[in-house]
Design a protein around this ligand. Structure first.
Ligand code: UDP
Length: 193
């Protein structure tokens, strides 16, 4: 996968299906994957902040969430032709998890929001196995990490806004057996309706 660069920030050229296929192979190979949504605002912010730039570039997939990236790719004669949004990527992964029996954990948002999002997703996707959840304001991180590992979750969605969620993923990924991490911003609020 040849990534495109915008002000030194990597962007993945893969579409939803290609990412899912790649992730399936990486799970089977026992590799961890991280997904981060990229838009022009994040590219500009990363241009002045090398930590943020490294955080983005160290991710497995920098999805082009934002028309500005599509325009920039067109102007540069790149290959990115359609958006891959954070919320749609999460929903595709949820469908993948339901179809291929992969366990899911939801972390983030207010208690009532994460509970409602879980319920709505389970109603929409037959066979979906959400093995645990936690709101995004929990204090005991040690207990949270244990809860996630004990649940044997393979996909973890973190909804705490950016870059907080990505920093959390970067810090805790080595301590977790989870295979797929996605920072999803306000997506739980969307699924909660
Ligand atoms: N949030 C959280 N913990 C925090 C701060 C925020 O769980 O410490 C949640 C908040 O309840 C909301 C989401 O993170 O559900 C923030 O979404 P926002 O739309 O601000 O994120 P963006 O998509 O803009 O990155």
């Amino acid at each position: 996968m040849k990534k495109e660069q915008y002000l030194g920030v990597d962007v993945s050229p893969l579409n939803y299906e290609e990412i899912i296929d790649d992730i399936r192979q990486r799970i089977e190979a026992g590799k961890q994957s991280t997904i981060i949504a990229v838009n022009p605002e994040k590219v500009m912010a990363a241009n002045n902040n090398s930590d943020l730039k490294n955080l983005i570039n160290d991710s497995t997939y920098q999805i082009p969430d934002g028309v500005g990236i599509i325009l920039a790719s067109k102007l540069k004669k790149g290959n990115i032709r359609s958006r891959v949004t954070g919320v749609d990527m999460m929903e595709r992964l949820i469908r993948f998890a339901a179809e291929e029996d992969r366990k899911v954990f939801l972390y983030g948002a207010k208690e009532e929001v994460v509970v409602k999002a879980k319920k709505n997703l389970e109603e929409k996707y037959q066979g979906l196995n959400i093995v645990g959840y936690e709101n995004g304001y929990v204090q005991d991180q040690e207990a949270l990490l244990k809860k996630i590992n004990d649940s044997e979750a393979e996909l973890l969605f973190v909804a705490m806004g950016s870059p907080k969620q990505e920093l959390w993923i970067q810090e805790n990924k080595p301590k977790l057996a989870v295979k797929v991490f996605q920072g999803v911003g306000g997506s739980f609020d969307v699924f909660a309706g």
